[in-house]
Write a protein that binds this ligand. Sequence first.
Ligand SMILES: Nc1ncnc2c1ncn2[C@@H]1O[C@H](COP(=O)(O)OP(=O)(O)O[C@H]2O[C@H](CO)[C@@H](O)[C@H](O)[C@H]2O)[C@@H](O)[C@H]1O
Length: 503
Amino acid sequence: MKILFVTSEFGDFAKAGGLADVSAALPRALKRRGVDVRILMPAYQNVLDKITQLKVVASLPGHAAIEPCLIGETETADGITVYLILAPSLFQRPGTPYTTPEGYDWGDNDVRFARLGLAAAEVGKGIASIGWTPDLVHCHDWPSALAPAYLAWSGANVPSVFTIHNLAHQGLFGADRLDALGIPHDAFRTDGVEFHGYISFMKAGLVYANHVTTVSNTYAAEITTDHLGSGLHGVTRGLAAEGRLSGIVNGLEPEWDPATDRHLPRMFDAASLEGKSINTDFIRTSLCLNPSDGPLFGVVSRLVHQKGLDLIADIAGNIVERGGQIAILGTGDPGVERMLLDVSRRYRGSIGLVAGFSDTMAHRLVAASDFFLMPSRFEPCGLTQMQAQRYGALPVAHATGGLADTIENDETGFLFTDFSVGGFLEATSRAFDTYHAPERLAAMRRRAMAKSFGWDEPAKAYEALFSRVAGVPASKPPDRGFSGVTRLPQLISADMDRKAAAR
Ligand SMILES: Nc1ncnc2c1ncn2[C@@H]1O[C@H](COP(=O)(O)OP(=O)(O)O[C@H]2O[C@H](CO)[C@@H](O)[C@H](O)[C@H]2O)[C@@H](O)[C@H]1O
């Protein structure tokens, strides 16, 4: 089976958040199963800085205001083929994939990511000079969401799957951009790309892909509700009713193993937890925290509203009063960063903030933590709570999305259902009680650290889905049909499968 994996982030080359981790791990897990997965992404300046060889394999024409581009081919050290969209005026810039170095969205993000979607559609249909035609195009989040739409508008019958990593970011642009993006005017309607008078890239992915997945079972259900549907709940409900929406929980990369983690001052495993406390001491010293016998609560997060970090600021005083400390690593919204900086100044010696992000520091902080705070307002899947459990840092988390699906309450972490200061305090209180009951703490840690969280099961579920949507046999027949894929109450009927595959 041949899959074109279309993404705006790929961990090896360009990372802004969790999408980059998934884009690095899932294609590799699929490749291990014998799937020929190739990645398509923009050639940002920092991608070109990282690669050593590049062969130009195709030249694509422009369309409307979307300029022509070249397609370059490179390969990662472990043999993953990556097609890069070479459009210097769109992508060779400083900053993140989406923003200027100062954190403002690029003003031409519509054309930049329309270029990604259009290139995906063209490579998806097959380009003679590339000599490879995928069976299915797999797109991720709004930046690649126009690909299924451009495929449909060109009349091509190439199957596609669209994966939502975060429905809250939708890629909304003014209706006056229709012509510039080459969107047919008759597609600007409520059952097309129109969203309250705007063009919605996200909606294009939902409407035109054959099947839509998201990254946990609970989030797949939550996005059909008024509360978490981000205004698109009508569309997601329709998808669910047609059996075209399902959840596949993300996995965790094998590098997240405390027994072999070279980032750590001291490696450890469930049988030798003394090593963990050396990591705790190391982080206390690095963040200028006072020596303490109390629990260390860790936070590794993009500092954005979604993550509910305001609840951490609200209960910080209580944690400190009870003898706890908090170590925070993250960067993002300047307002959230200032709020946490203020808290760390108020409780100097007990709360430490590293404003920034590095992989090494992330591994060290997770390894150091006794507990891990994740009061996310919503969380499509979340990766850090899986990392935390693997490292014996028990998550204290809001029971939403993937957090509800990957943490067992009072077994491998502490969940709270009521998103409020009271709810969060009650769960942290259970964490404190457990900290003071060493046998119970050790048992919970052992259970958390024994969880597998690998990518094999999710990859198997994606492969089974691709196989069904594209009508191509899986490289190995799946053992148990759709293992790992939750079907929403409206079960996918064979008839609907055929209709979806024919779209
Ligand atoms: N400031 C920062 N800068 C760069 N990297 C940082 C960072 N802070 C944390 N990270 C790293 O990025 C990853 C974060 O992944 P998450 O899944 O928690 O969140 P994110 O919201 O980005 O992703 C979205 O997509 C993923 C993948 O599907 C879903 O799990 C998640 O719920 C959804 O919100 C971790 O590997 C973490 O170490």
